[in-house]
Ligand binder design. Sequence first.
Ligand code: BG6
Ligand code: MG
Length: 217
Amino acid sequence: MKKGFIFDLDGVIVDTAKYHYLAWKKLAHELGFEFTKEQNELFKGVSRKRCLEILLEMGKVDATQEQFDTWMIEKNVDYLRYIEHMDASEILPDVPRILEFLQENKVPIALGSASKNARPILEKVGLLHYFDAIVDGNNVTKAKPDPEVFLLAAQQLDVNATDCVVFEDAVAGIKAANAAKMISIGIGDEKVLSEAHFNFTDFTEISIDFIQELIEG
Ligand code: BG6
Ligand code: MG
């Protein structure tokens, strides 16, 4: 049976969480409150709109629709400034090793990300050419933990959902992969990602034998 491999972007392929954090922190500061790294954990895998809603709840800030829309734009403008100079040096360790192996073995690869900035980031770091399909925040109506993003990716790869493997660093993403009946692989803290079928701290821990088993399994 043909297998498909789906990768989340932020926190799996590149460490952009730090740039999202800086942009949200700046906005919180302007609104008169602090935003910590611990609080930023809650934003992983979460859509931009939902992040702003949570941020405003944290700061107990009431916003008109107009203010809300302005802050959404402002956060993204700041984020784009932070990622402007991203290059291949920001790819997380050993990600290209796994992508290269999958491509060599003609295994279809998709991106399944909540971000609306996914494509330009893949271009900047020079990994776009590995992907047979890209499903991101521009293509979905329901955010993770809803499985929509991964189901769409499977459809675009022309692979059954149950034959897909998902790499994720966010709890919402693992839940989405499990809801899609895919094999979920947690990248990061095993305690946080305890619902994943397999856990690794990062890609340096993933052997080619393991990938081969997933392809054949
Ligand atoms: C996810 C990130 O991948 O994308 C979230 O983990 C982020 O932190 C979300 O909020 C949306 O990203 P963007 O680039 O569309 O603001
Ligand atoms: Mg992520």
